[in-house]
Design a protein around this ligand. Structure first.
Ligand code: T1G
Length: 688
């Protein structure tokens, strides 16, 4: 039974019970509809509906989205609640999201527990609310708040919900409070559907449309939700619901919803493999070596998860820098209201900074976040190896380097893993867990447990230059530089990729991180680079010109006065000059041609990464590209997008490019195998 019913003194208690999150599937909908009839047969004074397991309901069962809708449909169930002569009161604990919030809105009253949240995250799954919310919510909270909640998908807390009129009161025990509601007062509350719809506001809708175009370009659901809200104002309530349903069903089967649901479930599947269950070391104290930008971000993330943290630095100057960096993050969190003064004090109370490795002796985990140099990292790991207990896990935050080589000199290389955080480390959700040839199950399991504790999305990566994400990034940048050299400019390439859905293009992004990082990697790779592979020298010229990016007020763009980016004709001329030296006749690429080349380059490289077993699955590569590199979520990640194009189409396009440059565009064997077998990348498994 997913809906239990009992009555006491003419009060009905209906409990939603479909663990773990009371997702609303057909069985639960049937149970709810039966509960309405049961309450009416019993002529109850009221029904108090709540959720089992400390959660009201997480919304419609997203696992049912791919199947044809089955009766009873949720709108009809909620209309039965809304129109029943027995008033329902929603007693909300935990979360009431999507359809869960819609159940609550169909009740006469809503009472929330202080820590509960209520929201409409449907647009994050590429759909719009489909059970009356676009008509009920504006009636309850007004247009402005309804538009904001539905188009952003962001939930709000109990006090905020009470202040905007979405819930009537906030009570420690919502069920008890619902029982105590005066029957006459309850009887005076009209059904939600009888509330007057707010007046249309043309300016509000125009500004909301402009805002969505600016903030969520390319995403269908938020724009369609706005359109349905607006259309609903001019329709009778039930006609508005019918229109909402039509749009919901249309979006549910669309590519963007499929892509967003793919990511939703891929993210939840990203957890430690079953064989690692129970293998993790319990971490209470962690050490971070290096208090630079990355080290401070990692330390803040560790502190925020409740750990004791020791930051180790080489000298007093390093300690000062570390203290300043961690202080900046704490201050920024205070300013943004993400933490209060008490929380800031708590964080500081669990932080120690020292130049003495002995201060980290009790740490169960140490993460080095020092300069990207093998010798430096080996020296640090050696010092940690000597001080920490034998079962402590040693991790490196290296972005590219070979952790097998790094671990080799240690007494016990099995305790070494890579924990590759992404800047800013306390905000970016991706964590690449790099498994060395000798990394023990305990070390890997500890990495996964840390990811869960930090709320990160863990993706296991094998050892290669750049692991998963940075290796794809290197190929993306090489393709961009080739297009730039052969007939474009950084700003045209960037514009093309922003049109694809990135928040910013590869050149603007590299100006943020600094051109010197990629330069150092090219220098490191130079001895082993394929001499027959075309090399694009433009980025090296930039280093010679001292154009390192924002940090030098000039990179691919100029940043006069530290302000916004300005195109730099000197940079554009570099390509013309280099093309002349190389005897190249430049081409005038269209935006579509640029996008195609850059995306195909990434797909081809990702296929090789998957084929080599560096990544475990295409879904993992989707998580890396979305959560670490800004690939547009509503396209589902790089490999989901590739499957939407079709592997055979991709191979055919690559083969055309391979005629131009057979080395750079060598078709990944995995793509050829999938095309021959009619297999998708989602089904592909590594050869090794
Ligand atoms: N459908 C199916 N399964 C769901 C689910 C859902 N809506 N939400 C969570 N799960 C599964 C999840 O896959 C995982 O499974 C387990 O529950 C725990 O989830 C009609 C049409 C509720 C805040 O978008 O935000 O309503 O991995 O790991 O961190 O208008 O889950 O254990 O097998 O995330 O404690 C709108 C999505 C649906 C909410 C809990 N609702 N869920 O977070 O646990 S559309 C949403 C969440 C809709 C209506 C429309 C979170 C959570 P497994 P978890 P958590």
């Amino acid at each position: 039974m997913q809906v239990t019913m009992r009555s006491e003194n003419h009060v009905g208690y209906v409990t939603l019970s479909n663990p773990p999150v009371n997702a609303i599937g057909q069985v639960l909908r049937m149970g709810l509809l039966e509960a309405v009839r049961w309450a009416e047969r019993g002529r109850l004074d009221r029904v108090i509906v709540s959720g089992a397991g400390g959660i009201f309901a997480a919304g419609a069962d997203a696992k049912e989205f791919d199947a044809a809708p089955q009766e009873p449909h949720l709108p009809e169930v909620l209309n039965a609640i809304d129109e029943s002569f027995v008033p329902w009161i929603a007693a909300i604990e935990g979360v009431a999201l999507g359809g869960g919030a819609e159940i609550a809105m169909a009740c006469r009253m809503r009472i929330m527990a202080p820590g509960a949240r209520i929201g409409l995250p449907e647009v994050t799954l590429g759909v719009i609310p489909g059970a009356g919310c676009t008509a009920r919510l504006p009636r309850l909270v007004g247009l402005q708040k309804a538009v904001e909640m539905i188009t952003t998908g962001k939930p709000i807390g109990a006090q905020a919900a009470c202040s905007v009129g979405l819930v009537h009161t906030v009570e420690d025990d919502p069920i008890e409070a619902a029982f105590l509601v005066n029957s006459e007062a309850l009887g005076c509350i009209v059904p939600t559907w009888e509330y007057h719809a707010p007046a249309h506001d043309a300016d509000l809708f125009r500004m909301a449309r402009e805002n969505l175009q600016a903030k969520m370009p390319g995403q269908e659901a938020p724009v369609r939700a706005l359109e349905v809200i607006e259309a609903g104002l001019a329709l009778p309530f039930h006609a508005a619901l019918a229109y909402e349903r039509r749009v919901f069903l249309e979006l549910k089967t669309g590519s963007q919803s499929k892509a967003l649901r793919h990511l939703f479930f891929a993210q939840r599947a990203a957890k430690a493999p079953a064989h690692l269950k129970g293998a993790a070391l319990e971490v209470l104290h962690a050490a971070v070596v290096g208090g630079g930008t990355m080290g401070a971000g990692i330390a803040y993330a560790l502190l925020s998860s409740g750990l004791q943290v020791t930051i180790l630095e080489a000298d007093a100057a390093g300690l000062k820098r570390a203290e300043d960096n961690i202080g900046k993050i704490i201050e920024a969190s205070l300013t943004r209201g993400m933490i209060d003064a008490a929380r800031a004090a708590d964080l500081r109370s669990r932080l120690t900074l020292s130049t003495q490795y002995s201060q980290a002796a009790t740490a169960q985990l140490a993460i080095e976040a020092a300069f990207e140099d093998m010798a430096v990292k080996q020296e640090i790991l050696g010092k940690l190896d000597a001080v920490l207990s034998a079962d402590a896990v040693l991790a490196t935050n290296t972005s590219y380097l070979d952790i097998n080589e790094m671990a080799a000199p240690l007494m016990d290389p099995t305790r070494v893993i890579g924990l590759h955080f992404f800047a800013p480390a306390h905000i970016m959700k991706l964590l690449e867990i790099v498994q060395g040839a000798q990394s023990s199950d305990r070390a890997i399991a500890t990495g996964y447990a840390l990811a869960k504790r930090l709320g990160k999305v863990p993706v296991r990566a094998g050892v290669c230059d750049g692991f998963i994400g940075n290796r794809i990034l290197a190929r993306y940048r090489e393709a961009a530089d080739t297009v730039f050299m052969d007939g474009s400019t950084p700003w045209e390439v960037d514009d093309a990729m922003v049109e694809f859905g990135y928040a910013m293009g590869p050149y603007e992004a590299q100006d943020l991180s600094g051109l010197d990082i990629a330069y150092a990697n090219r220098q490191r790779q130079a001895p082993t680079r394929d001499p027959n592979r075309r090399y694009i020298p433009i980025a090296d010229r930039m280093i010679e010109l001292g154009k390192l990016g924002r940090k030098t007020s000039a990179g691919w763009y100029r940043y006069p006065g530290g302000g916004g980016k300005v195109e730099d004709p000197i940079v554009a001329d570099l390509a013309i000059e280099e093309a002349h030296f190389s005897g190249i006749t430049r081409t005038d690429y269209s935006s579509q041609e640029m996008r195609q080349r850059l995306v195909l380059a990434m797909i081809n490289e990702a296929a090789d990464i998957l084929d080599a077993g560096i990544a475990q699955s295409a879904g993992d590569i989707d998580l890396v590209t979305v959560f670490g590199y800004g690939f547009p979520r509503w396209r589902g990640g790089l490999m989901h997008y590739a499957d939407s194009l079709g592997v055979e189409t991709i191979v055919a396009q690559l083969e055309i490019l391979a005629q131009e440059d057979p080395i750079a565009w060598k078709v990944s064997p995995l793509l050829s195998r999938c095309a021959d077998a009619g297999q998708s990348l989602a089904e592909a498994r590594p050869m090794r």
